[in-house]
Design a protein around this ligand. Structure first.
Ligand code: SF4
Ligand code: SF4
Length: 372
């Protein structure tokens, strides 16, 4: 499928793609590092929103600012700012989420030199009426901040058009997940991961076209018979290691859904296009599947994981946490307990900067899959 090839090409050299795109279009590039960043507003402001994933290798500059017990995502992103790999960025935005990202924002502001810097101070508690009002105010302020930083004005009509575009992008991404869950043999999970990653980097107009024709192509694919793999749901914060998917598949598993912010949390929830569009964008961020850096009642994350495991007929759940990620580690015991109560087996694997040694991960994975 040529669309898939195109998306994978973007992901294999994202910075080369962004530099070329910037040169060709003259657009500004805005970096962000958390899926609570309101990308649709950045795109409506005429800039390209780019998720920064950081490097996994040779982190040393960041270590002069951050303790070694910060997660590798935060350290890897700062490393790239300091070694100027992110020199194409015109500004960055930092949503108020986990402690590590909040502290990274302060260190970044003082040291990175990547243009304008906007903190988006989102509410922590998302399920109260007052926090929804507050979220709307935060989004309104963000519209003003980004307008000022980029020297543009965003009309309500252009914002609505972008919101509509993002709804379609998210709908297609969800459709691809659904197609894979129904018929995993049609597309590899590592390819689905690449599609999501490309969605956070590339020209969103082009992305929309590519996704539309990719979904059309995938829907035409005949059922390819039942793959032998055991159906697995992945859970955690982010997964930036495509090899993990291949290792799970090679160990006899089939990733059929996930609860990652580089996965389903990125596309869940639509923006209501009626009424005040900024308020609707705020509502989506308040109502979408919550991550552990936010609060929305005591058990919704566990309930959600049980629900997606059941809906996708998963035999088990694999938790993949970045080492030193406190928010996910704090939530883990209660979520595991909920899965246990439902008879859904799970396994936890912590990842440092690099992919764990292939043998180590595969052995644990094979043992877990065999037990299912
Ligand atoms: S897990 Fe939560 S805080 Fe961490 S990057 Fe994802 S959305 Fe942001
Ligand atoms: S949520 Fe966890 S993995 Fe994500 S940035 Fe925060 S500490 Fe790191």
């Amino acid at each position: 499928m040529k669309e898939l090839t195109q998306l994978k090409k973007v992901v294999s050299h994202p910075y080369a793609y962004i530099r070329k795109y910037k040169k060709q279009t003259g657009k500004k590039v805005v970096g962000y590092c958390c899926s609570y960043a309101p990308e649709e507003i950045i795109w409506a402001a005429g800039a390209l929103p780019v998720r920064m994933f950081g490097t996994n290798e040779n982190i040393h500059l960041a270590d002069t600012h951050l303790q070694s017990y910060c997660c590798s995502l935060v350290r890897g992103i700062l490393e790239e700012a300091l070694d100027k790999s992110l020199d194409f960025v015109d500004g960055v935005i930092f949503p108020h989420t986990c402690d590590s990202i909040q502290r990274l924002s302060d260190i970044w502001r003082m040291n990175a030199g990547t243009g304008f810097h906007i903190d988006v101070v989102l509410p922590v508690k998302l399920d109260a009426d007052s926090s929804k009002e507050y979220m709307t105010d935060v989004m309104k302020k963000f519209v003003r901040d980004i307008e000022k930083s980029l020297g543009v004005s965003i009309s309500a009509d252009s914002l609505r058009a972008c919101a509509e575009k993002y709804n379609r992008i998210r709908k297609y991404l969800k459709k691809i997940f659904e197609i894979r869950s129904k018929n995993p043999a049609v597309i590899r999970s590592s390819d689905v991961h690449a599609i999501i990653k490309a969605s956070m980097v590339m020209d969103r107009d082009l992305l929309l076209k590519e996704l539309a024709s990719l979904v059309e192509e995938l829907q035409k694919e005949p059922e390819k018979g039942k793959p032998a793999g055991k159906r697995i749901v992945l859970a955690g914060g982010i997964c930036n290691l495509p090899d993990i998917y291949s290792l799970i598949e090679d160990s006899g598993g089939d990733v059929v859904w996930d609860d990652f912010c580089t996965g389903s949390r990125y596309f869940e929830g639509a923006i209501d296009l009626n009424g005040d569009v900024v308020q609707s964008i705020a509502e989506r961020y308040s109502n979408r599947v919550v991550c552990p850096a936010k609060h929305s009642g005591l058990f919704p994350r566990g309930e959600h994981l049980v629900k997606i495991a059941k809906e996708n007929n998963a035999k088990g759940v694999i938790f993949l946490f970045l080492k030193f990620c406190d928010p996910h580690s704090f939530d883990y015991p209660y979520i595991k307990e909920m899965l246990d109560r439902e008879g859904i087996p799970s396994m936890l694997f912590e990842i440092e900067e690099q992919l764990p040694s292939e043998g180590q991960f595969k052995t644990r994975c094979e043992a877990f899959l065999e037990m299912l």
